[in-house]
Ligand binder design. Structure first.
Ligand code: THU
Length: 122
């Protein structure tokens, strides 16, 4: 509901559950310079990390067009958000795509196989 998406009219919300039980939510925040846009998932992660959270259990994502009664889509995290998840989460981190009544559940390794991460730099 708080998404700032005047350009796409596509609202996304994410709820990130940390291992200590706390939940950080995020929405997409767009910008006239499109590449500056921040996705809901990254908003949630960056809020959490900036508060000192480093251990994450799962994330739920919901998205759809801004019309009040429009059906929700399965909003699959973009590649940049997947890469951010790979920075902070284990391969079995769960990603729940919420379609309202129905959900699809994946792991991070389902959505980002063969990821480039910290281990590549050691
Ligand atoms: N968006 C997200 O917030 N999360 C995703 O996983 C995919 C896309 C946002 C970015 C932009 O504000 C709008 O959806 C359309 O791409």
């Amino acid at each position: 509901e708080k998404a700032y998406s005047p350009y796409s009219d596509y609202k996304v919300g994410a709820a990130l559950l940390c291992k200590d039980g706390s939940v950080y939510t995020g929405c997409n925040v767009e910008n006239a310079s499109f590449s500056v846009t921040n996705c809901a998932e990254r908003t949630a992660f960056f809020k959490a990390v900036s508060e000192g959270e480093m251990e994450f259990e799962k994330i739920a994502v919901v998205g759809g067009n801004a019309e009040d009664k429009a059906p929700v889509d399965y909003c699959s995290p973009c590649g940049v958000c997947r890469q951010v998840m790979a920075e902070f989460c284990q391969p079995d981190f769960k990603i729940i795509l919420s379609g309202g009544e129905l959900h699809q559940i994946y792991t991070l390794s389902d959505l980002l196989p063969l990821s480039f991460d910290q281990s590549n730099l050691n």
